[in-house]
Write a protein that binds this ligand. Structure first.
Ligand code: CO8
Length: 257
């Protein structure tokens, strides 16, 4: 891999997009590597995944405009398809995903952050969808995930105006969970990942699947799904361990079984 680095610390994996001379802009190769890295993580899943950009200036400054400007419609469709496939691996990853947004998160960069379950921003982070100013539109899920996350009115404002917003405004809109000091986003995201990892891994996975379901189906179907997942956990050793540990006034030792 030239542009994507995967590191594991304990059971948490951190995936870094590293193309600093272009502010981590994503070319088709970077998107392919992102997808490939996420696929490889599935063979030995971590308990949580943190996604970030290298350096302190940018998370990802969007798709590589120089490369995009040379694409035919067919190539652009292919680019969008590999982008969607990579984002689906993030979105549908069985384990929680956290974007540590350490600077510019524009266009495709914002879309990567949106495909994660949670977003922690440094106070120098900048968000925005510059695409319409380039005569194109967000092609990696932004038009679909942004309204789902922050509602149609605010999403429309960001998508149609191409206005850039700072971390504080992104927090106010509900685009990010939390804002931390510059240089601290990765640390904060890894800490959150570690906190999540102390819980029953199967319980966290099933909770994520149920929460994702809420965005896809009607309430009655979602509640049925929740009840099934709830019941299923009672067949696991983790549930016996977790509830047993509470009764015995000790910390649980989850095995993910
Ligand atoms: N593409 C290519 N190169 C970029 C990009 C980019 N998105 N962003 C920055 N760079 C390059 C610059 O060209 C420059 O390279 P060089 O030194 O060789 O000239 C280097 O990175 C440093 O950038 P700047 O000198 O511009 O740094 P500044 O601090 O002056 O400005 C900005 C930083 C404001 C972030 C500025 O670089 C900028 O506006 N970048 C473009 C942001 C943008 O419009 N992004 C959206 C692109 S469209 C998109 O993301 C569509 C997603 C669809 C995906 C579909 C399928 C996967």
């Amino acid at each position: 891999m030239d542009f994507v680095k995967v590191e594991r610390e304990g059971s948490v994996a951190t995936l870094t997009i590293d193309r600093q001379d272009k502010l981590n802009a994503i070319s088709p190769q970077v998107v392919e590597e992102l997808g490939q890295s996420l696929l490889e993580l599935e063979s030995q899943p971590p308990t949580a995944i943190v996604v970030t950009g290298a350096g302190e200036k940018a998370f990802v400054a969007g798709a590589d405009i120089a490369e995009m400007s040379q694409m035919s419609a067919v190539e652009a469709k292919r680019f969008a398809e590999i982008g969607h496939a990579a984002m689906a691996l993030l979105d549908r990853s069985p384990v929680p995903t956290i974007a540590a947004v350490n600077g510019f998160a524009l266009g495709g960069g914002c879309e990567i952050a949106l495909a994660c379950d949670m977003r922690i921003a440094a106070d120098n982070a900048m968000f925005g969808f510059p695409e319409v100013g380039l005569g194109i539109l967000p092609g990696m899920g932004g038009t679909q995930r942004l309204p789902r996350l922050i509602g149609s009115g605010l999403a429309s404002e960001l998508l149609f105006s191409a206005r850039r917003i700072e971390a504080a405004e992104a927090k106010e809109m509900g685009l990010v969970n939390r804002v931390v000091a510059q240089g601290e986003a990765l640390n904060a995201a890894q800490q959150l990942a570690t906190e999540i990892s102390k819980n029953g891994p199967l319980a966290v996975r099933y909770a994520k699947a149920a929460a994702n379901k809420a965005l896809d189906v009607d309430l009655v179907s979602g509640l049925e799904y929740e009840a099934d997942q709830f019941a299923l956990l009672f067949s696991t050793e983790d549930a016996a361990e977790g509830m047993g540990a509470f009764s015995e006034k000790r910390k649980p030792d989850f095995k993910g079984q």
